[in-house]
Design a protein around this ligand. Structure first.
Ligand SMILES: [Zn+2]
Ligand SMILES: [Zn+2]
Length: 407
C-alpha cells in the first residue's frame, strides 16, 4: 500500500483550543480602546480585509474548492497563502468541508445549513464543532499532490503569526489591533454570513435549485462577489458569480486582470443560454435533473460499498479516494449534461458516454491499493448502476434507446 498514510492525518491539538482561539481573537479587538485609532489604522484594516478576503473567496473557494480556473504553481501558492492569512484554518480543511456543503446543501447532512440547524450554528458554530475538526483528505486528493499546499495546510498558524508580526513592525500595536484582530473579525463574520444569510432570509433566487441559496447584494459587496450565492449553487464551477452586469463581482474582475498577465487562465463561466434563458419549464427540468444527480451520487457510492464489503482498512481508504474521484466526474457530467440540454439536447448521449468512460478511467487509479477481485468487478457494477439510474433520469427521453457502453 503506498501513499495512503497522508490521508490518515488527524488534528494534533485538542478541540477546546479552537474555542479559546476563536474567543480570544474577538476579545483582543478591545485592545483598540487602549491604542486608539488613526486614519492609517483604518486603511491597514481595510487593506488587510480586502487581500485576505480575496485569498479566501477567490483562492480557497473558487480555486481550491471548485477548481473554477487554472493558475500557475506560483499563483496557486499565493492564493493559498493569502487565504491562510484569513485565519480560516487550513486550505485543505476549508476545501474539503466546502465540497461537502455543495454535494449535500441544505440536506440533513450539510455541515452548515440554517434550514437544518440553528442560525448561529450555520454562521460559526459548525466550524468549532468537534465533529468538523478533522479533514477528510480523500475529498481533496487532487490537492494533496502539492507538498507546499499540504505544508501550508498543516502549519497555517506560522504564516498567520508572521503576518501579525509584520503588521506590528510597520504599524505598531494599533496596527495589529486594527489590521489583524478587528480586520479578522470583520472578515470572519462576513464569510460566516454566506453559511447563514446566504441560505436564508430575503434576497432573490434567480434559479430553482435543490437548496435554499439566495442572491444578496450586501453580501456580494462584502465578499467581493460571493453574495450571489444562488447563482453559485446553480453553477458552482463558474469562476464568475455575478451573472449579469449589475451583479458586481470584484473577485472575478481581479481574476480577469490576472488572466491578462497569464497568471490564471481558463476562467470557467456558465453558457449564455443558461443566464439568458431561465424559463420556469427549463428550470424545473434542471432542478429535477439536479435532484436526480444527487440520487445518482448516492447509488454509485452504495454500489462501491456493496462491491467492497470485505475490503481492508487501507482498501477502504483507497476506495474513499475513488468515490471522491467519482464525485468529481459526476460534477463534470452534471455541467456537461446541463450545457447540452440547453444547446444541443440530441447529443445528451455523448455526456452519458463520457461519464461511462470516466468511471472506468477512475478505477485504474486505485489498482495499486485495492485487490484485483474488487477492481475487476467494480467497472461493470458501476455501469449497471448508471444504466439502472438512467431509467428515472428526467432527460431519459432524449437519450439513445440502447444505452451505450464505454469500452
Ligand atoms: Zn452554500
Ligand atoms: Zn462553493
Amino acid at each position: 500500500m503506498s501513499g495512503l498514510a497522508q490521508f490518515k492525518k488527524a488534528p494534533t491539538y485538542p478541540n477546546y483550543l479552537d474555542y479559546i482561539g476563536y474567543s480570544a481573537i474577538h476579545v483582543a479587538c478591545l485592545g483598540a480602546i487602549w491604542t486608539g485609532v488613526t486614519v492609517t489604522d483604518i486603511i491597514v484594516c481595510a487593506a488587510s480585509y480586502f487581500v485576505r478576503m480575496f485569498g479566501v473567496m477567490v483562492g480557497f473557494h473558487r480555486y481550491f474548492s471548485h477548481r473554477s480556473f487554472k493558475a500557475t504553481r506560483g499563483t496557486q501558492f499565493a492564493l493559498a497563502l493569502l487565504g491562510t492569512l484569513g485565519v480560516q484554518k487550513g486550505v485543505l480543511w476549508w476545501a474539503a468541508h466546502h465540497r461537502f456543503h455543495h454535494r449535500y446543501s441544505d440536506t440533513e447532512v450539510d455541515v452548515h445549513s440554517p434550514m437544518q440547524r440553528s442560525f448561529l450554528y450555520s454562521h460559526c458554530g459548525w466550524q468549532l464543532d468537534k465533529k468538523n475538526r478533522g479533514t477528510d483528505y480523500t475529498r481533496v486528493a487532487d490537492l494533496m499532490k502539492y507538498p507546499e499546499i499540504v505544508w501550508l495546510n498543516d502549519w497555517d498558524l506560522i504564516p498567520q503569526a508572521l503576518y501579525a508580526g509584520v503588521i506590528f513592525v510597520f504599524f505598531g500595536w494599533s496596527g495589529v489591533f486594527w489590521g489583524f484582530f478587528i480586520s479578522t473579525i470583520l472578515l470572519w463574520h462576513a464569510i460566516h454570513g454566506i453559511g447563514s444569510f446566504g441560505h436564508r432570509f430575503g434576497g432573490y433566487r434567480r434559479f430553482i435549485t435543490t437548496d435554499n441559496s439566495r442572491n444578496k447584494w450586501f453580501l456580494a459587496i462584502l465578499l467581493l462577489g460571493e453574495g450571489w450565492h444562488n447563482n453559485h449553487h446553480f453553477y458552482p464551477s463558474s469562476a464568475r458569480q455575478g451573472f449579469v452586469w449589475w451583479e458586481i463581482d470584484i473577485g472575478y474582475y481581479i481574476l480577469k486582470v490576472l488572466s491578462w498577465f497569464g497568471l490564471v487562465w481558463d476562467l470557467r463561466v456558465p453558457p449564455e443560454e443558461l443566464i439568458s434563458n431561465p424559463e420556469p419549464s427549463v428550470q424545473s427540468t434542471m432542478k429535477r435533473f439536479a435532484a436526480w444527480v444527487q440520487g445518482l451520487r448516492k447509488s454509485l457510492h452504495r454500489s462501491v460499498d456493496e462491491n467492497a464489503k470485505d475490503a481492508t482498512d487501507d482498501e477502504k481508504l483507497a476506495l474513499n479516494i475513488f468515490k471522491q474521484g467519482l464525485e468529481a466526474r459526476i460534477d463534470a457530467f452534471d455541467a456537461d449534461a446541463t450545457n447540452l440540454m440547453l444547446k444541443d439536447p440530441g447529443r445528451l448521449g455523448d455526456a452519458e458516454l463520457r461519464l461511462r468512460s470516466a468511471m472506468v478511467e477512475e478505477t485504474q487509479h486505485i489498482k495499486e491499493n485495492v485487490s484485483a477481485s474488487i477492481t475487476a468487478a467494480l467497472p461493470e457494477a458501476l455501469q449497471r448502476e448508471l444504466s439502472r439510474s438512467l431509467t428515472t433520469c428526467p432527460f431519459r427521453h432524449l437519450l439513445p434507446k440502447e444505452a451505450p457502453h464505454a469500452a
